[in-house]
Structures are given as C-alpha cells and as structure tokens.
Design a protein around this ligand. Structure first.
Ligand SMILES: Cc1cc2nc3c(=O)[nH]c(=O)nc-3n(C[C@H](O)[C@H](O)[C@H](O)COP(=O)(O)OP(=O)(O)OC[C@H]3O[C@@H](n4cnc5c(N)ncnc54)[C@H](O)[C@@H]3O)c2cc1C
Length: 404
C-alpha cells in the first residue's frame, strides 16, 4: 500500500511529536510513525526539565513535580543550593510525551502506532521520496516530500542511508521509578565520585507522592561499568542520600542511551532532517535533551512546511533549521563539553573540592550553569568579578570555550 503525505516523521518522542505539531499547524499533511504500541510505552529518560520551558511549550503544570533545592553529594561532602522558588521540574514522562503527540493530532497530524520504519524510499536519481514501514505486518510506503528522522539515539533513517554512523561517545543510564518512605519532594540529588559512577553520576529525582527516580549514568566508552549493575549495588549498599529514603520499592525500570559526541552531525540533507537525539544536541552536563528536542523539533516542522510551500525541499532550504539550532546553542553546548571534560576523571578528593566551588554559586548562577545557559556577557562578568577565585577560574574556562 502507498500513502501520500507532505511530511513523514519517524519516531513519536518529544522531537518527532513537536515537529509533527508545527508542520501540521503550518498546513502540511503529516504522518507521525511510532514503532511501539503507544507513545512513550517505554520510558528511556529521567524527565528533568525547567518550569519556564515547560510553560512555554504549554505543558500543563500538573504534569511535573517542581524542584527548588539542588543537592550535590560527593563521597565526603554535600552541598545544597536553595532557590526561593521552584525552577526545575521532574516530568511525568508518559503524560508529557502523550500530550505532545495529542497536540500534533489536534493540528491534523496522523499518528500511526505499531509502525516500524524499516527503510527509506528513493527515486531513480537517489532522491528521498518516502519511508517504508511495517504496520500490523503489512508493508506500507509513506510517500513524502520531507522525511524527518526523530528516531532518537539510533537515528535509524540517517543510518540506513549511510549518512551517519553509530555515536562513538554516549551516556548509558539505568533507573528505577520507586516508592520510598522519606523524600522531600522539592529536592533533587546528584551524586558524584567513583562509588556512584566513574565517568558520570547518580541521581534521585522526586516525582511527587513519595515516588522518586533513582538512577546511574555512565559515560561510554570511558567506563566499562554497567549502569544497571551499579544502580543495584548503590541501592543495596544504601550509599549517601539513598539511605535517607528508607524502604525502596521499585515500580518500573528505565534504561536509555544518549549521544555525547559533540555537535558533530550535519542535520539536513535534500528532503531529510534529523531532530532531537538523532541530531545529537542534548546538553551533555546532565544528559538533558527534552527541551531542545521540543524547541528545535518545532522549528524543524515549520522549516519543512515553509520549504514545501516554496516547492523547494533542498538541503539549502531546509538548512534554516540547522542554522537556527546552531546559532542558539552551539556555544553553550561547547562550553558544557568543556565542563564535562573537566568533570570526567576527577578523583573523589577532587570532587569533594569541586562541589565546594558549586556551593559558591548563587541559585541563578547554579541554574545557568547546570542548564548550560551561559550567556557570553554574564560569563565574562562572572569570570572577571565573581568574589571567589575558584568560581572566576571555572567561568574563565567556559568563557574561553564560548569564544572558540
Ligand atoms: C538515562 C537517560 C536519562 C535522561 N534524562 C534526561 C532528563 O532528565 N532530562 C532531559 O531533558 N533529557 C534526559 N535524557 C535525554 C532525553 O531522553 C532525550 O534527549 C530525548 O528523549 C530526545 O527525544 P527524541 O524525541 O529525539 O528521542 P526519543 O525520546 O528517544 O524518541 C524516539 C522515538 O522514536 C521511536 N522509534 C525509534 N525507531 C523507530 C522506527 N524505526 N520506527 C518508528 N519509530 C521509531 C522510539 O520508539 C521513540 O518513541 C535522558 C536520556 C537518558 C538515556
């Protein structure tokens, strides 16, 4: 069977659903293909984002748990940055991702679940003309003018065309959503040092109603540690703040991979765009990609619609999307890599000292830092005038990365 759409999007995660929303809003016919039985059937993320972003995307406030205290634990140290109001949020991931897909459907996009995209269709000149997908054991060709690869870490479409290869550096994370006996619902914990993760960190993110997500992230190939095994060990040993949680009863297990290769990928080709984790622009400091997936997914959908309207879906026309995301976040992500490189390989003693530096930051500075929202002017100011030398040095390092 053959069906015709203006835009076909592979993957109904936050990037794909957001691209579908804006392409449909801009008068395109859109097919959104999801290989699982439902949107967000499998959760592969911890779901931390920022209230300001969630509001700007229209995500209802009862879809997330607000956070205003940020605790860092190293083997022999602990600091808490307290804000006057909550600015971070731990999302109900299923509700949020389904909400994003519903927004796309309301604008007229058609969601196909159980639709596993298997290959790309091209014409005799090699031009991309659609996607082949298996749907309830039937093979369907979705003809389209623009294909958007939003298949996440695997970048299934770009890979099948030989345009990209597997990410060399990436994060692997395992977590339990669990009920616990004690938790302050507005405090998150990031735990660093060898015992938690040799090239990453562990976390406790409260989701409300005495539920938390406890996880471990490990940088690959830097460390061979299996995050699932390490997670079970730190829970068993009740390390650090895990002890305070009391009895932990797992409800659900999550596992995922996230690219951490720098902004190495070209994300537009004739008739093809890569969005979200397929494009590889998540913030590497805290494995955070949801807000960028939504923001730039929407921009990709709009650029695709404009190109279709102009009857020109060439790489040149679609590159407005890549120009947009690069202009908006390249220097921030490059700075975040610089901080990440400093963090990977810190010894436990060095971590004990590093979190003292973090303790010198005001809540505003800390949030800009962890969000990688380093505006050049504020970084220059902090690098020159912060009252603490160690903080000045940290921001000097970021400033250098921003200029490069
Ligand atoms: C352990 C871990 C923790 C994380 N924690 C956070 C966090 O706290 N905050 C944050 O902002 N980010 C976090 N991230 C990153 C975040 O999850 C991603 O950046 C974000 O999900 C990217 O969205 P996406 O839509 O590009 O990809 P995904 O969310 O991976 O969605 C891709 C979709 O494509 C579908 N798909 C794949 N192949 C096909 C196919 N062949 N045919 C049809 N459909 C297909 C998949 O089923 C899936 O639904 C974390 C990542 C990991 C691994």
């Amino acid at each position: 069977m053959n069906i015709q759409f203006d835009v076909v999007i592979v993957g109904a995660g936050p990037a794909g659903a957001s691209a579908a929303y804006s392409a449909a809003k801009n008068n395109c016919s859109v097919a959104l293909l999801e290989k699982e039985e439902t949107v967000a059937q499998t959760v592969r993320t911890s779901g931390v984002t920022w209230i300001e972003d969630a509001k700007s995307f229209g995500i209802p406030s009862d879809y997330y748990n607000p956070i205003k205290h940020y605790t860092f634990c190293s083997p022999n140290n602990e600091v808490t940055i307290s804000d006057t109001r909550p600015r971070a949020a731990v999302l109900d991931v299923r509700k949020t991702y389904r909400f994003l897909a519903e927004q796309a459907i309301k604008e007229g996009a058609t969601l196909f679940v159980n639709a596993n995209a298997t290959s790309v269709v091209t014409d005799s000149s090699g031009k991309i003309t659609g996607i082949k997908a298996s749907l309830a054991k039937e093979e369907i060709v979705f003809q389209s003018r623009v294909v958007i690869d939003a298949s996440g870490f695997q970048s299934i479409i770009a890979k099948s065309l030989g345009l990209v290869s597997q990410w060399k550096k990436f994060g692997a994370g395992a977590e339990y959503e669990a009920t616990v006996e004690n938790i302050d619902s507005d405090t998150w914990y990031l735990m660093v040092g060898q015992q938690y993760s040799p090239s990453g960190y562990a976390w406790i993110f409260p989701v409300g109603d005495n539920k938390v997500r406890i996880g471990v992230g490990v940088g690959k190939p830097d460390s061979s540690v299996d995050p699932t095994q390490r997670l079970d060990e730190i829970i068993e040993k009740k390390l650090g703040p895990i002890k305070k949680l009391g009895k932990i009863t797992p409800i659900e297990f999550h596992y995922g991979l996230i690219p951490n290769d720098g902004l190495t990928r070209k994300t537009v080709y004739d008739n093809l765009m890569l969005v979200g984790d397929s494009a590889g622009y998540a913030n590497p400091l805290v494995l955070e990609g949801i807000r960028y997936a939504i923001k730039f997914g929407r921009i990709a959908g709009k650029v695709a619609a404009d190109a279709i309207k102009a009857n020109d879906t060439s790489e040149k026309m679609l590159s407005k999307y890549e120009e947009n995301w690069r202009k908006s976040i390249s220097s921030k992500i490059n700075s975040a890599y610089k901080v990440q490189n400093r963090w990977i390989g810190l010894s436990d003693e060095q971590w004990d000292k590093e979190i003292e530096i973090i303790n010198e930051l005001s809540a505003d500075e800390f949030l800009d830092f962890i969000r990688a929202d380093f505006g050049l002017s504020s970084i220059v100011r902090l690098a020159a005038h912060h009252p603490r030398l160690a903080v000045r040095q940290l921001f000097s390092m970021i400033k250098t990365a921003q200029k490069n």
